[in-house]
Design a protein around this ligand. Structure first.
Ligand SMILES: Nc1nc2c(ncn2[C@@H]2O[C@H](COP(=O)(O)OP(=O)(O)O)[C@@H](O)[C@H]2O)c(=O)[nH]1
Ligand SMILES: [Mg+2]
Length: 278
């Protein structure tokens, strides 16, 4: 069966991709979600390892792949629509390096080209919210001391994420003379529980990363922003969370939909993409 959607999940290191995958997998296994696994997924090791830690109420350490590895999950929704979920693992810091070194593994390039949907995970809590041109009035920079030649150029976190999207767009050879419909873009604000906010996901992104938000809105016709807390709370690698171990990891985690409504089905961001047509 040809996939109607190929959904690529990307994000820098440590944003929560592996734990999201592990929780997603568990929801599929206990059938506590809108989606079903409809065949044999490949390369599940990283996710099943994380899942066995979660079952004990612990989080798992970061185990970067040495090479490019991808896990592909065949998924169907309640209406029988078929999608492939692609979780690329690019070896440690590769996504961050990608921007500085401008190199992309050939296999990943194929995936970027072939995907109908991009899901970008961003962990706002771990980004530096330093002042820059986009968060302070211009006058405050005019008054500042000149930095001098020695100051190294270090792009802000949001500039790096914009650069990442630019590179993906370039790779996939999209023309930006018109806003894109395809690939559609969903931004998942991961580890949402860390943010302790009641704002709508898109409003929060717009206020915290205004340059990125403006880039996204000018290049995509309808970007979607969803809050994701795959774990619902911070877990330690060594001290087990008893409630987690007793109730099971599938009892934890939620998404905050664009309208602010919370739902415990963390597969909804994917289900929505499958239901929307191309
Ligand atoms: N508080 C909180 N922490 C999370 C959540 N998801 C993941 N984490 C933590 O974030 C860290 C990075 O997660 P991981 O899945 O390894 O990120 P990856 O490098 O993108 O695969 C781990 O220490 C997790 O315990 C969440 O929903 N809430
Ligand atoms: Mg990982």
């Amino acid at each position: 069966m040809a996939a109607q959607h190929t959904i690529l999940l990307v994000g820098e290191s440590n944003v929560g991709k592996t734990h999201y995958g592990a929780q997603f997998l568990k929801r599929l296994m206990v059938k506590a979600c809108a989606l079903k696994m409809s065949g044999a997924p490949t390369n599940l090791e990283a996710f099943t390892t994380a899942l066995s830690c979660l079952t004990e109420g612990k989080s798992t350490g970061h185990t970067p792949a040495n090479t490019y590895v991808e896990s592909v999950w065949p998924i169907t929704d309640e209406a029988g629509r078929y999608a492939e979920l692609v979780w690329p693992d690019y070896g440690g810091e590769q996504v961050s390096n990608l921007v500085t070194q401008r190199r992309i593994p050939a296999a990943w390039r194929e995936r970027v080209l072939g995907a109908t949907d991009w899901v970008l995970l961003i962990r706002l809590h771990s980004l530096r919210s330093e002042d820059d041109l986009f968060s302070r009035p211009l006058q405050s920079f005019a008054a500042a001391e000149p930095q001098g030649e020695a100051a190294a150029y270090d792009p802000s976190d949001q500039a790096r994420i914009v650069e990442l999207l630019q590179m993906l767009l370039y790779l996939a050879q999209f023309h930006l003379d018109r806003a894109l419909r395809k690939p559609r873009l969903t931004i998942l604000l991961s580890c949402w529980d860390e943010l302790e906010t009641t704002e709508l996901p898109a409003d929060l992104l717009a206020s915290q990363l205004p340059m990125l938000w403006s880039f996204v809105c000018s290049n995509w016709t309808s970007p979607t922003v969803i809050g994701l807390s795959a774990l619902e709370r911070a877990l330690s690698k060594s001290d087990a969370d008893q409630e987690y171990a007793t109730r099971g990891p599938e009892e934890f985690g939620y998404v905050v939909l664009p309208n602010g409504v919370k739902n415990s089905d963390i597969t909804l961001p994917i289900q929505r993409l499958m239901a929307d047509g191309i």
